[in-house]
Design a protein around this ligand. Structure first.
Ligand SMILES: C[S@@+](CC[C@H](N)C(=O)[O-])C[C@H]1O[C@@H](n2cnc3c(N)ncnc32)[C@H](O)[C@@H]1O
Length: 354
């Protein structure tokens, strides 16, 4: 069965990568099907009822850079004739049941269409009405959504991500604030890319005010944070307490992590950037190479580390023995571009003697 993820436009690649990571984390049997601007379609095998329960529950609860998940009715060319042909031809079974009411909402992605959405909403509504269902604009049982991107994707709404929950956790709203924190949506997406699962151990060795740790804690990870500044460790305590999370914090040095080898399932971290950063090390180079060696040491084989920086960290990671899986570039504003590097610790090497 095909499912479509309506993606946020905040980055070209991260939202789709986050979806695929979440499907993997939740153990779904899937294949990417097609991808258009701000919409990813995935083919998911298994009992529809179980798949949809997982999508609407834990997957929706984890995602940060998706707006909605749809059950796909069909994908067609992006023009009114093709869309109406699809709406006319589809079998309602599996999408809407007898007696249920519906609404049709169309979403135009950027410049991909030059005809009015309202026109198509009404025409599709007419097709569904003729199949024996009644429209209810205010309180429908089923919402049909039409995504007008490079292709037209028609589906029924399965679930929506509560984006306001991320706004509510904006750094300034937390008990302790210090500048230089990733926004919660970005921190959550990176946490998902680390493939951390509920109950597993998650580390941020430059944890600051715990912005990343809060997001990992909220998806059920047991989180460990280290920071060189005592006042930030105290602030991190306040922020983690506010969400009643399972955590351990230490004041210390990311280049000397007091944890045993191969014990951590995933790392996501945001080491100090650039000129103004507060660092506990001789230089930023020493800090990056020391910290990446330690991250490699404490990660379990197969574990993922996500490192965010304004400079390429891949060389330091590779030198430490980590394998680069992906590098994403995110332009934040004119003077800040983030480089997000996804590393994996090799499965095959023998780490027992390190
Ligand atoms: C960009 S901030 C991280 C912000 C963090 N993600 C948050 O949510 O607040 C980098 C942090 O690295 C810390 N730091 C600098 N040198 C360090 C070291 N050698 N070991 C551990 N932490 C260090 C700084 O105190 C700072 O809090």
């Amino acid at each position: 069965m095909l499912y479509a993820f309506e993606l946020s436009g905040e980055h070209e690649e991260l939202p789709a990568a986050e979806v695929l990571a979440c499907l993997k984390i939740e153990g779904l049997d899937f294949q990417p099907h097609s991808r258009v601007d701000q919409c990813l379609v995935v083919d998911i095998a298994g009992r529809e009822e179980d798949v949809e329960k997982t999508l609407a529950g834990s997957v929706t609860g984890r995602l940060a850079m998706t707006h909605h998940i749809l059950k796909v009715v069909g994908i067609t060319e992006n023009n009114p004739d093709a869309v109406l042909k699809l709406a006319e031809a589809f079998e309602p079974e599996g999408y809407i049941i007898e007696g249920e009411s519906f609404v049709v909402r169309a979403k135009r992605i950027k410049h991909h269409v030059d005809f009015p959405c309202e026109y198509l909403e009404q025409k599709i509504g007419g097709c569904i009405y003729r199949k024996g269902f009644r429209a209810n604009l205010k309180n429908p049982d089923v919402e049909f959504r039409l995504i007008l991107s490079e292709k037209a994707v028609l589906g029924t709404l399965l679930s929506s991500v509560d984006r306001s929950a991320y706004e509510a956790r904006t750094p300034q709203n937390k008990p302790f604030f210090h500048p230089g924190v990733l926004m919660p949506r970005v921190a959550r997406a990176l946490t998902n890319l680390s493939e951390i699962k509920t109950g597993e151990l998650f580390l941020d060795p430059f944890c600051g005010t715990a912005g990343i740790l809060v997001e990992a804690g909220l998806v059920g990870a047991r989180v460990i944070g280290i920071d060189a500044q005592e006042k930030l460790v105290l602030g991190a305590h306040m922020n983690l307490e506010a969400y009643e999370l399972d955590y351990l914090l230490m004041e210390g040095d990311a280049c000397r992590i007091p944890l045993k080898d191969s014990t951590i399932n995933a790392v996501v971290t945001d080491p100090p950037y650039g000129r103004s950063a507060a660092i506990l090390a001789g230089s930023l180079e020493e800090l990056y190479s020391g910290a990446l060696e330690e991250i490699h040491r404490v990660l379990k084989p197969g574990g993922i580390a996500v490192v965010v920086s304004d400079k390429a960290s891949f060389e330091y990671g590779e030198k430490a023995g980590l394998k680069v899986l992906e590098i994403y570039v995110q332009r934040v504003h004119r003077s800040l571009t983030r480089i997000i590097t996804i590393f994996r610790k090799d499965m095959e090497q023998n780490y027992s003697e390190s």
